[in-house]
Design a protein around this ligand. Structure first.
Ligand code: 5AD
Ligand code: FES
Length: 363
């Protein structure tokens, strides 16, 4: 079937998805253009910002791809103080970012989970609840998810990394600590708690096929998530998965695949929030812009104090590591204008898909 015929179908099936993922050249441009048109029609040219605070690189897990995995002894472990986090949040508020996203390696001890509850309450006090709060703090018990939600967090990101169990265990240790089904349960628990829940995958992993990626797209649709974050896999030399780096697609190819994933998902789920991940910009200087033009609508500028950023290198050569918040601010403004997009300041920028679903369920 020609690409134009597939793009007209109201509901894409697995075969359609695989065909679309494989398009290159003119057909690929056509796919991205259609996704951009759908996004502009449904969500306008608006970009939402989440000021990213990389709270800590302490991590109890050992994901085989991740540079800050617990067993990596080359990383100096840090944890921001409460004052440092609140200063980041103040900066976000002053710059008009509207929301912050708190990300960290995984810890689930009580001193940690309690400190997060207190932090959420204090961030909520800034500007009288002006800032939206997204958490990205890994797998936790339902009770902890609820406590953080009640304290004022309202979005949560937990990437499934791969929706195929077999691939999941090729990129994570197969032990009690890394459990595919527990991860699925966590996503369900987050949705049941009431969070705008986001998930996502890495693209261009060793062992990953187009079938896996098509199934990831179907997984996002089946779960009816509010947000998705996807980015290219970037091999990190101090991780076990690096041994397979020679067999992954080239950076250009991983970029094309990522943009195709974003564009296809925009067609499948027109009103979700989709982030233009920093990993895109790391493998291509225009990666973030390209992601926006293929259907993404959220950017997460980094607010972490610069002296800690070198220690939060999930993957090498991360973009913007040396930029100060004010620099990122004006850089983003110019870059987004340059591609005909407008940053919405002082707004939470909730997922339209989520808001509509909530109104439907509680009229
Ligand atoms: N390359 C790209 N993305 C990575 N992540 C972790 N390690 C890498 C890597 N080497 C992503 C994971 C995780 C998110 C915080 O960063 O998807 O969920
Ligand atoms: Fe814990 Fe990556 S393995 S943050």
């Amino acid at each position: 079937m020609s690409i134009s015929r597939i793009l007209e179908k109201p509901c894409l099936d697995r075969g359609d998805l695989m065909q679309l993922l494989a398009v290159r050249g003119e057909a690929m441009q056509q796919l991205w253009k259609k996704a951009l048109a759908v996004k502009l029609e449904k969500l306008d040219n608006h970009i939402h910002l989440r000021g990213l605070i990389e709270l800590s690189n302490q991590c109890r897990k050992a994901c085989l791809y991740c540079g800050v995995r617990g067993p990596n002894r080359k990383v100096a472990r840090y944890r921001l103080t409460e004052e440092e986090v609140l200063a980041c949040a103040q900066t976000a508020w002053q710059l008009g970012y509207g929301s912050v996203a708190i990300q960290a390696g995984e810890r689930n001890d009580e001193p940690f989970t309690d400190s997060i509850t207190r932090l959420i309450e204090k961030i909520k006090a800034i500007g009288n609840g002006a800032l939206g709060i997204t958490l990205s703090l890994g797998e936790q018990s339902e009770a902890v998810y609820r406590r953080w939600f009640e304290a004022g967090a309202h979005r949560y990101l937990l990437r499934i990394e791969s929706s195929t169990e077999e691939l999941y265990y090729k990129i994570h240790p197969h032990d009690g600590l890394h459990d595919f089904h527990r991860r699925l349960d966590c996503i369900d628990a987050l949705m049941a708690t009431g969070y705008q829940t986001g998930t996502g995958v890495m693209i261009g992993l060793p062992f990953q096929t187009l079938e896996h990626l098509a199934d990831d797209l179907l997984f996002f649709r089946k779960k009816d998530v509010a947000m998705v974050g996807m980015g290219p896999y970037i091999p990190h030399p101090d991780t076990p998965l690096y041994a397979h780096a020679a067999q992954i697609p080239t950076a250009g190819e991983r970029m094309n695949l990522t943009l195709n994933m974003i564009a296809i998902l925009r067609l499948m789920m027109p009103e979700i929030n989709m982030v233009a991940a920093t990993a895109n910009q790391t493998i291509d200087p225009m990666g973030r812009e390209k992601a926006i033009l293929a259907g993404a609508n959220v950017i997460m500028p980094n607010l972490t104090p610069n002296r800690y950023r070198e220690e939060y290198l999930i993957y090498p050569d991360k973009a913007c590591v040396n930029d100060r918040p004010e620099e990122c601010f004006s850089c983003l403004e110019t870059r987004m204008k340059g591609i005909g997009h407008e940053i919405l300041y002082n707004a939470w920028g909730d997922s339209v898909a989520f808001t509509k679903k909530q109104t439907k369920n509680n009229p």
